[in-house]
Design a protein around this ligand. Structure first.
Ligand code: OOG
Ligand code: MG
Length: 262
């Protein structure tokens, strides 16, 4: 770690205040170029601690920057991990208020729910499929607190990987009984198809995102607990949205989930 506890707490407060006030900021590595990966995850953990202290509950975990389309769009090459709290959850078909966000984008994702805990090191696609209860269509709404979505990996990790809202819905599928690599996804905005893809875009197999997350947590002596919702990462580029837009994700054999931006 390169930053002291006070600096970490200050940066967490700064980023969370930007989120609460829907205000953007320059990336934090501009002022702290020497911060390291542990500092970045420590800032993220401090944001979670602040939210929990005010009564928020953890609603799930997420992997991001797991597909070539997302990595290319954001100019990075390594996946990142973050969290969602209960106030990020939108009911299926529900509304997202754009006044609470800076510059939201939507991502088509496969959501997993675990039946058993997953703890690295050594987790792989097989371990994950044995521990997963079911998969569902999920739309993640990301909203980087950084100006124009311009960031580096450490800055975006500290900013809880741009997490803002999510919706899951459709029909739960048996993860082990589906070929998640060829699972097709279609993202529609206002009735028009805006992105299409298949599960294999995520690290070759979307369960690999959970294996990476479990191995990442294992190195910190943490785990993915049983019964955890995990978003495995955007399959395609993220799509910008604004008030008035309606977004639907259709996943092959698993129905659809949708959101409206107001
Ligand atoms: C970072 C978060 C990426 C995903 O699914 O790839 C993410 C960002 O692009 O702002 O959630
Ligand atoms: Mg995402």
């Amino acid at each position: 770690m390169k930053l002291d506890a006070e600096t970490i707490a200050g940066l967490a407060e700064h980023l969370e205040t930007c989120q609460q006030q829907a205000r953007d900021t320059v990336k934090i590595t501009d002022e702290h170029p020497d911060m390291d990966w542990d500092d970045a995850y420590a800032i993220q953990a401090e944001i979670l601690r602040r939210k929990r202290a005010r009564g928020s509950r953890l609603a799930g975990l997420k992997a991001g920057l797991t597909s070539p389309a997302k990595m290319k769009q954001m100019g990075v090459t390594t996946p990142v991990f973050g969290f969602m709290t209960d106030d990020y959850a939108v009911p299926d078909g529900g509304e997202v208020r754009c006044s609470e966000l800076i510059h939201p984008k939507v991502e088509p994702e496969i959501a997993f729910v675990t039946r058993r805990p997953l703890k690295g090191p050594g987790c792989h696609v097989g371990t994950v499929l044995a521990a997963v209860d079911f998969v569902l269509p999920g739309i993640e709404v990301i909203d980087s607190r950084y100006r124009d979505f311009k960031f580096d990996l450490k800055s975006v990790i500290a900013d809880n990987t741009s997490a803002a809202r999510f919706v899951i819905g459709g029909q739960a599928g048996d993860a082990a009984g589906l070929d998640l690599r060829t699972l097709g996804v279609v993202l529609e905005k206002n009735g028009q198809v805006v992105a299409v893809g298949a599960g294999a875009a995520v690290l070759g197999h979307p369960a690999a995102a959970l294996a990476m997350l479990a191995n990442h947590l294992g190195a910190r002596d943490e785990e993915i607990p049983a019964g955890t919702l995990v978003l495995s990462g955007g399959i395609t580029e993220a799509v910008a949205v604004k008030a008035g837009d309606a977004v639907t994700l259709r996943v092959q054999g698993l129905g659809q989930t949708s959101l409206r931006f107001v």
